[in-house]
Design a protein around this ligand. Structure first.
Ligand code: XIL
Length: 362
């Protein structure tokens, strides 16, 4: 039976059961995205955080589907050190244990990010801040060396709207150190854990609007410069928070990704999901746009062989981070991920499975 025929029948069964949504062609048990991706030589995974410690259904879904685990928040500076330089690794340790027991390769997000920093850092002198920067990288990487094997060393270096030199994102690290903070972070990270994979992660590049184009150009130049200067940079992470309400040209994006990879870096899609905040209210229509956006994106970018991993920014709508974004419509049930809030695969899961299955083998 074809996938479409099965989908129609399951959809009809769903309607009869009072579920108005077209079903996935898969049941949760028959779908294994990690395995489908591995058959193409691709890594597949998801972000997760402390909810896995108390929600067995979510933990089970992750364990079944994800071969890569990205710690969503608990390794970030403000989560480790909310009140001062002393870190509390309690939750992060439990999440690392969970991921390793589930057989995942773990990614840490993110060592240095100019966003979401605690207020206390603002009151530190420039000299102290520099010391805290170095000590943070050292302490976190030493602690998880051999367990968290891939790090977003710097997250989101650019945000031209901040009006800073070179289009850099403003924040306490940038203010204290200037644009050189990026190279400094990578050099420090390579010393702290010489085996770790060191990644420069960025947002917006997949958008075909002014912001996306501007960040792409700046990121490209930064990668070229870091490579020329011999900075230990192994891969570029492109987040992939897809926004179907903005101009999309994923073919053009893929051409740019191929050029970027020619600069001597691997590429990862690190935070894949679909912002549905401006899509129709109707769930059937919304699910269809989310699925087709993911299909269009992956089928454009996966032919670029340098793209080695696809990591979703969580898998279930139950933990959609969009619901906590201020601008997100309050009454809306988020449909931003591959599985619904009951951990059932949606059309989006089919689209991702099909796009990955059709991609060239690495
Ligand atoms: C988000 C988390 O998902 C939220 O829970 C948190 O409140 C804020 O950060 N780009 C990134 C991620 O690089 O670290 C962000 O994660 C989402 C946008």
């Amino acid at each position: 039976m074809t996938v479409h025929r099965r989908r129609f029948l399951q959809g009809a069964a769903g309607l009869a059961a009072g579920l108005a949504l077209p079903a996935s062609a898969f049941s949760a048990e028959s779908l294994n995205l990690g395995r489908i991706a591995a058959q193409r030589g691709l890594g597949f995974g998801s972000a997760f955080d402390r909810e896995v410690l108390t929600d067995p259904a979510w933990a089970a879904l992750l364990t079944e589907q994800a071969k890569i685990g990205a710690i969503e928040n608990s390794l970030k500076f403000d989560w480790l050190r909310p009140n001062g330089p002393e870190a509390d690794f309690g939750v992060a340790d439990q999440l690392v244990d969970f991921g390793l027991k589930a057989g995942m390769r773990l990614r840490g997000t993110a060592l240095i990010w100019n966003d979401w920093l605690p207020d206390w850092l603002k009151w530190s002198s420039v000299t102290d801040r520099r010391k805290i920067f170095d000590a943070h990288i050292d302490e976190v990487m030493f602690r998880y060396a051999g367990r968290v094997t891939s790090w977003d060393v710097v997250n989101e270096p650019f945000f031209p709207m901040h009006g800073r030199e070179g289009g850099y994102r403003k924040g306490y690290w940038f203010d204290a150190i200037g644009p050189g903070y990026v190279a400094d972070a990578f050099r420090r990270a390579a010393k702290a854990d010489p085996q770790a994979e060191l990644v420069l992660n960025e947002a917006f590049c997949e958008q075909n609007d002014e912001l996306g184009q501007s960040v792409r150009a700046r990121l490209f130049d930064l990668v070229v410069k870091l490579k020329q200067d011999g900075v230990p940079l192994h891969a570029v992470g492109l987040q992939g928070h897809l926004k179907p309400h903005l101009p999309q040209d994923y073919g053009g994006f893929a051409d740019w990704v191929a050029l970027l990879a020619e600069q001597g870096v691997k590429v990862k899609i690190t935070e894949l999901d679909v912002d549905d905040s401006q899509l129709p209210d109707d769930l059937v229509e919304r699910d269809e746009v989310v699925a087709e956006t993911l299909r269009y994106f992956l089928s454009s970018v996966l032919p670029v062989i340098a793209v080695e991993d696809v990591v979703c920014w969580k898998l279930s709508d139950k933990y959609s981070w969009y619901a906590n974004v201020d601008a997100y419509p309050k009454e809306r049930q988020a449909r931003t991920h591959l599985f619904d809030a009951e951990m059932r695969p949606k059309r989006a899961a089919d689209a991702v499975a099909e796009a990955i299955s059709a991609s060239p083998v690495r």
